[in-house]
Ligand binder design. Structure first.
Ligand SMILES: Cc1cc2nc3c(=O)[nH]c(=O)nc-3n(C[C@H](O)[C@H](O)[C@H](O)COP(=O)(O)O)c2cc1C
Ligand code: SF4
Ligand code: SF4
Length: 409
């Protein structure tokens, strides 16, 4: 990547997280912050297409660089000029004008495009979802809702970085939404009021049959479009929850059936990868009345063990726990599901983890290569996307790729 040779990736993340970027406010001719963000998301081509036409930086004395919160650190004018002069001429395709070709559906519910936030820290408030919707995401799997008290540890994230400073793997020990059920229901209603065409997948976790049924019912009453059953969180402080359920097909069936009694909405069972084979749990979910599966949640992990204390990262007051691993290092193989013919059994399937956290060519290609099994089903992201504002232009360009021979299997 051209730009990565000009600025360290670890420095660029500060641009990706820059709110109301002063460089863009100072420019007035283009959106340097948006362009830099596309570069961060491995999308130099889209970045180069974001110029209005001729290079606006010619003969400009770069007020953007003076306005930057890291004054003098980001060579914006040089970077944008190189994108314009060196990357743009190599582009074969223009941005498609019509984003409608990205439309799809999930269990009969229409989606504007196949991109959803996955249930996680990035989809846990009204504002986060609203920002994501404004940026072009078709919907969100809201942070898992439960009826019990959640007390989170802090810090609860830790990352493994590669040579160039990018995050390649991410461990979290976060549990579920710490808002009350009533607060989350109010968020659903407000989101649906403001964004009626966006898709809300309500992720829930109960402690018993009654709670699974009741949560599913409440989510339907408060305008969720579909329900996701969290049988896969590896971080629960109490036993018998999350991935402990996903590892026991009988429990998967029982709790799916309970949720089914509470709602007529489509139900996805989010399964854990911490089993020898996900097929028994998927079959159990089907027997319980699920319409599809969501695969996968994070993987049980220990990273960054301190050689002196033997405590893994993240350490909280000198102690830590097994956590969930996600991010670019994770690739989910759907081959076993495909080969077992489960595609017919499960018309809907989401692939949160393996498709990766940073939308871009590489991961989009991974996504396409799995389409042979589950044709164009939605994908979602959480890691790294906390403040992501992937624009619909990024979607448009990758949609072109979707139609190419490489992906059209
Ligand atoms: C900080 C964090 C919190 C998460 N919380 C939830 C959750 O509440 N419910 C859930 O079903 N999955 C949760 N996940 C898992 C994600 O939804 C997703 O399945 C996983 O991170 C893999 O996708 P990714 O590689 O795009 O991160 C969480 C993940 C992270 C990183
Ligand atoms: S160049 Fe400066 S102002 Fe612009 S996005 Fe990056 S850090 Fe923010
Ligand atoms: S150098 Fe380019 S990005 Fe910066 S203010 Fe001028 S036109 Fe805008």
């Amino acid at each position: 990547m051209l730009i990565e040779r000009m600025i360290r990736r670890s420095d660029m993340i500060r641009c990706a997280l820059c709110a109301d970027a002063p460089c863009t406010a100072a420019c007035g001719r283009c959106d340097p912050a948006g362009i830099l963000r596309s570069v961060w998301f491995d999308n130099e081509k889209v970045a180069a297409l974001r110029f209005p036409g001729a290079n606006p930086c010619v003969n400009c004395d770069a007020p953007c660089e003076r306005a930057c919160v890291r004054e003098g650190e980001v060579p914006i004018r040089t970077m944008l000029t190189r994108l314009h002069d060196e990357v743009r001429p190599l582009l074969e395709e223009a941005l498609p004008k019509d984003e409608k070709l990205l439309r799809t559906e999930l269990c009969g519910v229409p989606l504007e495009n196949p991109f959803l936030l996955s249930s996680s820290v990035v989809a846990s408030t009204y504002d986060m979802c609203a920002r994501a919707f404004e940026a072009g995401w078709a919907g969100a799997a809201f942070k898992t809702i439960c009826a019990f008290d959640i007390r989170e540890a802090s810090p609860r994230f830790s990352a493994i970085t590669g040579d160039n400073g990018s995050i390649v793997g991410f461990k979290n020990i976060e549990q579920l939404s710490d808002h009350s059920v009533a607060e989350n229901m109010e968020i659903f209603r407000r989101l649906k009021e403001t964004y009626p065409t966006k898709f809300i997948l309500a992720s829930i976790m109960g402690r018993n049959v009654a709670e699974w049924e009741e949560l599913a019912r409440l989510c339907e009453e408060n305008r969720a479009d579909a329900i996701e059953l969290n049988f896969s969180c590896p971080n629960m402080a109490d036993g018998g929850l999350g991935s402990d359920i996903g590892q026991v097909p009988e429990l998967v069936e029982r709790f799916t059936a309970a949720a089914r009694r509470g709602t007529k909405l489509p139900i996805l069972a989010k399964l854990t990868p911490n089993v020898a084979s996900m097929i028994p749990a998927a079959q159990a979910a089907k027997r319980g009345g699920a319409d599809g599966i969501a695969a996968i949640n994070t993987i049980k992990s220990v990273i960054g063990v301190n050689p002196h204390t033997y405590v893994s990262a993240p350490a909280v007051h000198g102690r830590s726990a097994v956590g969930g691993y996600s991010g670019g290092a994770v690739r989910f193989r759907c081959g076993s599901l495909r080969n077992s013919g489960k595609r017919r059994t499960f018309p809907a399937c989401m692939f949160p983890a393996w498709a990766g956290s940073r939308p871009g060519w590489t991961r989009w290609n991974s996504f396409c290569s799995a389409r042979g099994a589950f044709r164009s089903r939605p994908r979602s992201c959480s890691t790294d996307t906390a403040s992501s504002t992937i624009s619909s232009r990024d979607f448009c360009t990758i949609s072109k790729k979707r139609d190419s021979k490489t992906c059209g299997r």
